[in-house]
Each structure stands twice: as structure tokens, then as C-alpha cells.
Design a protein around this ligand. Structure first.
Ligand code: ADP
Ligand code: MG
Length: 258
């Protein structure tokens, strides 16, 4: 049974999609079967994996709001062992439409149960909000991977994220846990970074990945070619960082299983 990991932070632009796409690709290249579930209406992880979000017959909208089967939505990608459940702007309506539906927080979970056995890991790329789509992701997942950009306002909003996590734990998903906290766009030359990291260590003891993701222009270029960075520039610092993260992620998961 594949482990389901939601990549979440209600702040936009912190590296959720970049981390979801590149960690997925790095794990796929290591021989793990990986599914990336795009539930952001911006569809950036869809296009980042080379799938044209403008000509989707079905998307994660149809999984959550309508009655499509995952097999109808699923797309293979050119990248080793990586499949995607794509999304596009049609998902924007789901925030409102879901409110009217039965089991409105559990719809993604129900859909993913049907494909879970086909994968080692399933990542959910969340939208930048704590609305009902994100709630579906939290209800469906085993753990949360939280990317945090080391900037002045990095900690703002984290208490709200943690409050949502506690609420989900109580109402929908008692065993939900934090997978890890990932520092992105990291620049150790900045004093601010040191302060933010110190604060985060208090907030999330034991949960911060040793691996940090530096700012790297290749990471920001790769999506416009529809490629994870390891296929776009194997020698980049961004590629090395996500490789290292994949190793740390796997070590941690082996330890948890063993
Ligand atoms: P989110 O999904 O949280 O909104 P993204 O992953 O889309 O964030 O990242 C926001 C922007 O920053 C994108 O343009 C992305 O290409 C860029 N970006 C993300 N991580 C890095 C990095 N480590 N170095 C340089 N640019 C990055
Ligand atoms: Mg995103």
C-alpha cells in the first residue's frame, strides 16, 4: 500500500510544486512507483511533468466532484515510474461545488483508495489555501510534507496550518502526522535564514530535514520545459538537492517501517 504524502503550506510560492515534482521524479528514478496528484487549479505540477493541462479530458475535478474513476484521469509521464492525476483551472469550481456534496472532505481519499496499491508513494500537491480541497488532501494522506521558504514571514500562517492539522486529526484522520519540514530557497549567507531556522527548530523538533534546497535558477527554468530538474539539468545544484532529499526521505521511511 503506497504511503500518501500531502505537500502543503497555505502560502503560495514556497516551493510546494517544485518539491512535489522533483521529489517524485527522484524517487521514480530510484525504482519506486510514484503518483503525483495535482489538486491545485493552477495545474503547475501537471504541466511541470510535461502534461498539457489545456487538453485534459478528465482531471482531479472529476475525481472529487463527479464520478470519474482514477483510471480515466490518470496519465503516464515520460519520466521513469512517474504517473500523474492532472488538474487544471476547472478544479477552481470544486471549492464551492464540494460544499453541497455528501462526504465532501473524503472524496479524494475515496478516489485514491482505488489506486493506492499500484504505487510506493503518492504525493498530493496542494493549492495555496486551507479550503476544502486542502481538507480533502489532509483527510486522504498519511503525512504532511511542509515546504517553508526562509523569509521574514515564513512563520506567519504556520499556527493556522497546525490548527487545521489538529482539527483534521480530530474529525477525519486520527493518524495523520508530519512527514517533514523542508527549507526551500535557502541562503545560508542571510542572517535571517539562521533566525528562521532556529525558530522552526523550536516549532517542529525532530521534523526538519537536514537537506535544504538552495535557490537555483535551474529549478525555476525546468517547469517551462515540462521537466523535473533531473531531466533538465542533471548537474545542477537543484538536482543534487532533491536527490539528497530523496535519500533522506527514503532513509526516514525505512526506519519508520523497520
Ligand atoms: P508553490 O507551489 O508553493 O506555490 P512553487 O514550487 O511553484 O511554489 O515555487 C514558486 C516559484 O519559485 C516558482 O516560479 C518556482 O519555479 C520557483 N522556485 C521554487 N523553488 C525554487 C528554488 N529552490 N530556487 C529557485 N526558484 C525556485
Ligand atoms: Mg504550487
Amino acid at each position: 500500500m503506497g504511503k500518501i504524502i500531502a505537500v502543503a503550506n497555505q502560502k503560495g510560492g514556497v516551493g510546494k510544486t517544485t518539491s512535489a515534482v522533483n521529489l517524485t521524479a527522484a524517487l521514480g528514478a530510484r525504482g519506486y512507483k510514484v503518483l503525483l496528484v495535482d489538486v491545485d487549479p493552477q495545474g503547475n505540477s501537471t504541466s511541470g511533468l510535461g502534461v498539457n493541462k489545456r487538453d485534459l479530458k478528465h482531471s482531479t475535478y472529476d475525481l472529487m466532484v463527479a464520478t470519474a474513476q482514477p483510471a480515466e484521469v490518470l496519465r503516464h509521464t515520460p519520466f521513469e515510474n512517474v504517473d500523474v492525476l492532472p488538474s487544471n483551472i476547472s478544479l477552481a469550481g470544486a471549492e464551492i461545488e464540494l460544499v453541497e456534496l455528501d462526504n465532501r472532505a473524503m472524496r479524494l481519499k475515496t478516489a485514491l483508495l482505488k489506486v493506492r496499491q499500484n504505487y510506493d508513494f503518492i504525493f498530493i500537491d496542494c493549492p495555496p489555501s486551507l479550503g476544502i480541497i486542502t481538507l480533502n488532501a489532509f483527510a486522504a494522506c498519511d503525512t504532511l510534507l511542509i515546504p517553508i521558504q526562509c523569509e521574514y514571514y515564513a512563520l506567519e500562517g504556520l499556527s493556522q496550518l497546525m490548527a487545521t492539522l489538529r482539527q483534521v486529526k480530530r474529525l477525519y484522520n486520527p493518524s495523520i502526522d508530519i512527514e517533514g519540514v523542508l527549507l526551500t530557497m535557502y541562503d545560508s549567507r542571510l542572517n535571517l535564514t539562521v533566525q528562521v531556522v532556529a525558530e522552526l527548530k523550536k516549532y517542529f523538533p525532530q521534523k526538519i530535514y537536514r537537506t535544504v534546497i538552495p535557490r537555483n535558477v535551474r529549478l525555476s527554468e525546468a517547469p517551462s520545459f515540462g521537466q523535473p530538474v533531473m531531466y533538465y539539468d542533471r548537474s545542477s545544484k537543484g538536482c543534487a538537492a532533491y536527490d539528497e532529499l530523496a535519500e533522506e526521505f527514503l532513509r526516514k521511511n525505512q526506519r519508520d517501517r523497520g
